[in-house]
Design a protein around this ligand. Structure first.
Ligand SMILES: Cc1cc2nc3c(=O)[nH]c(=O)nc-3n(C[C@H](O)[C@H](O)[C@H](O)COP(=O)(O)OP(=O)(O)OC[C@H]3O[C@@H](n4cnc5c(N)ncnc54)[C@H](O)[C@@H]3O)c2cc1C
Length: 627
């Protein structure tokens, strides 16, 4: 759509450097990044009451998602700080396993999270919040010019970020009842889909679901297992805000045969199994009816009862999302031990919404079709607050760099989970809501959550998004790591080791040993070593933790680094975005088609496109070398 003449109003009210559509987890990070990089930024949302709204589980982080939150924080984002400020319980998941899968998960107060985020957005210089529904994107000669709202206002901008989440033509489904609205009771976005289709974007319909919210007092909590949080003062934010210790607990419960019988007896009434909806759902967030059908042999399915916030009695039933009719929901929930007198406060529901095929984007998250138009979050086919925030900060940084005429930031697969996420989306694409998992990353040991700042804060500093305070913490950590590494060479006397090893149940020392040799021994932990030997006293715990992990896993880390460097050697061979793959002799037709569709920017990205063989990659490399 071209810029309507009558709206050639160039007053400042309608003129911005950038417009961000959406105030969800992607929109927040994009808008803050743009504003903090000195761009006059308008943030539009169909309602301002859903700023940072946690439409589903009242928690931030978890396996692989905790890594994303730390990476967003390392780049100067806000999600980590928001979670630390509003958490109600904290747990380090997978702590009995290796450090590659250690993942922080915070239960948060969703109402305080919304308030905190909205106050941060409202007090950010250069950022203007506006309630309004974006109806059309305005494009001229293949370049974005702004957006038009349903009330006819036109906001001009040099860059636009669409972070529309689950709101594009969303429908809420409970049994056979379908309502045209957004999650909770927020309004949906009715028009933008058509505007995108007019510009040639391919949209598809995805689905997700959420469980009921139930009244705490109506649950017999004695019949459930208490899940305590941890006291260890972990934090998502490297500024180490020392989150207030919170004693909130969650509860673990199980469905049973009676529950599954009610589900089976009413399967036809479920929107999916009744054929009412066709949106593609999330394989890794299945509804209860999906679990009962797909895992028919399982006698019970676990769920967690999680408080939605300190000031409410609403509890979230993690793991029991459904689209079954409201009366059936009450019937099957009440078959569960402890739920006999359950009061449902909000019905569970399924939601269908439109999203774009992310293969229409470059790894910068800018669209290939419209220069200056970026997409971030669930609109790209992902599912999850953390996945959304990760895309939001990259889209925001790259929209700012696009405006400034600076080269974009592209994170590679060996640099971060964000790099893995975006590369998977724009290269392979996704046919169902994409959720991040540690198994998606080749270099898990390199991409640990504890070294996110060491991997990404230098980039945050370079692009100008990391403030002085955070940069100072990063530099102190680096200095302390250097001091700790130097201390590794300290020789520890045999007699001291005798007593220490005897106390921790380890084999006796045959002679004096260096601290490095001692740390590699199985029974040695960071806690018992630091308690016995004050080598690392006064150094940041995060720095000491890093050196411990790097020392104990040195061999594995070196092997993974060599593999990453090898891939990087090929990975980084650039391919010009204007390459005409149909003209490259020796490439198979399927490869020509797929390469022309994805338009990879590097040989590495090309090698990951399904249908492009190693032989095709060799043809490409030879062609590039001879070019
Ligand atoms: C019912 C439900 C269940 C979910 N279940 C899970 C789950 O099990 N696991 C999981 O990981 N994630 C789940 N999620 C997803 C999670 O909520 C999202 O992944 C996350 O919120 C996405 O963030 P986002 O910023 O991309 O979009 P959202 O948080 O959806 O925010 C989108 C924003 O865009 C605005 N907007 C949209 N269109 C327009 C327009 N045209 N004009 C103006 N403003 C507009 C909206 O007002 C909103 O502010 C669920 C979400 C819902 C709704």
């Amino acid at each position: 759509m071209n810029l309507p003449d009558e709206h050639n109003n160039n007053s400042k009210d309608y003129e911005y450097d950038a417009v961000v559509v959406g105030i969800g987890h992607a929109g927040i990070e994009a808008a803050l990044a743009l504003a903090r990089l000195n761009n006059r930024t308008l943030c539009l949302s169909v309602t301002l009451d859903n700023a940072g709204y946690l439409a589903c589980n009242p928690s931030i982080g978890g396996t692989a998602k905790g890594h994303l939150v730390r990476e967003v924080d390392a780049l100067g984002g806000e999600m980590g700080r928001a979670a630390d400020r509003t958490l109600t319980q904290l747990r380090m998941l997978n702590s009995s396993k290796g450090p590659a899968v250690h993942s922080l998960r915070a239960q948060v107060d969703k109402y305080k999270y919304h308030e905190y985020i909205k106050s941060v957005l409202e007090s950010e210089e250069n950022l203007f919040l506006r309630q309004g529904e974006a109806k059309n994107i305005i494009v001229e000669n293949g370049e974005i010019r702004g957006v038009e709202t349903v009330t006819g206002l036109v906001y001009r901008a040099k860059a636009v970020v669409l972070a529309c989440g689950v709101y594009l033509k969303s429908t809420i489904i409970v049994g056979s009842v379908i309502e045209e609205r957004g999650p909770v009771c927020f309004p949906r976005a009715n028009y933008l889909s058509e505007s995108l289709e007019r510009e040639g974007f391919v949209l598809r319909r995805f689905k997700t679901g959420t469980p009921a919210r139930v009244k705490r007092d109506s649950v017999d909590l004695q019949k459930l297992e208490i899940q305590y949080g941890e006291d260890t003062p972990y934090s998502f934010c490297s500024l180490d805000l020392k989150p207030k210790k919170k004693k909130n607990v969650c509860y673990l419960g199980y469905t049973n045969g009676k529950t599954h019988d009610v589900i089976r007896a009413n399967l036809k009434k479920s929107p999916k199994y009744g054929g009412l909806i066709h949106g593609t759902g999330a394989r890794y967030c299945p509804s209860l009816e999906d679990k009962v059908v797909r895992f028919a042999d399982k006698e019970r399915h676990q769920f967690f009862l999680e408080p939605e916030g300190d000031g409410t009695k609403e509890m979230y039933v993690q793991g029991l999302s459904t689209g079954l009719p409201a009366d059936v929901q009450l019937e099957f929930y009440r078959t569960i031990d402890g739920f006999e007198n359950l009061e449902i406060m909000r019905d569970a529901y399924a939601i269908e919404y439109e999203c774009v095929d992310p293969k229409q984007l470059f790894p910068t998250l800018m669209s290939k079709r419209v220069r200056g138009l970026f997409f971030a979050g669930q609109i790209n086919g992902t599912s999850g607050y953390e996945e959304a925030a990760a895309q939001g900060i990259i889209a925001g940084i790259n929209a700012a760099r696009y405006i400034a005429g600076e080269p974009p930031v592209i994170l590679t697969r060996d640099s971060s989970y964000i790099g893995v996420l975006i590369d998977d989306l724009v290269t392979v694409g996704t046919n169902e809501p994409y959720r991040m998992m540690t198994s998606r990353a080749e270099f898990r040991l390199l991409l640990r959550q504890d070294n996110a700042d060491l991997r990404l804060t230098p980039i945050g500093i370079e692009v100008g998004l990391v403030d002085k305070k955070r940069a100072a913490v990063y530099k102190k950590k680096k200095r302390d790591i250097a001091k700790a590494e130097a201390a590794l060479k300290t020789v520890l006397p045999q007699n001291a080791l005798e007593e220490y090893f005897a106390r921790i149940g380890d084999a006796p020392a045959k002679s004096a040993m260096t601290a490095e040799e001692v740390i590699k021994r199985n029974f040695v932990t960071r806690e018992n070593f630091c308690e016995r030997f004050g080598l690392f006293d006064g150094l940041m715990p995060a720095a000491v933790n890093h050196v411990f992990i790097e020392t104990r896993y040195r061999g594995y880390l070196e092997r993974e680094r060599r593999a990453a460097d090898e891939i990087k050697r090929v990975e980084s061979m650039p391919i010009s975005p204007d390459t005409d793959f149909t003209k490259i002799d020796g490439l198979r037709n399927e490869a020509k088609e797929k390469l022309a569709a994805v338009r990879p920017l590097t040989v590495g990205q090309a090698s990951r496109i399904s249908g492009v063989t190693p032989a095709d990659v060799n043809v490409l490399i030879i062609r590039l070398k001879n070019a």
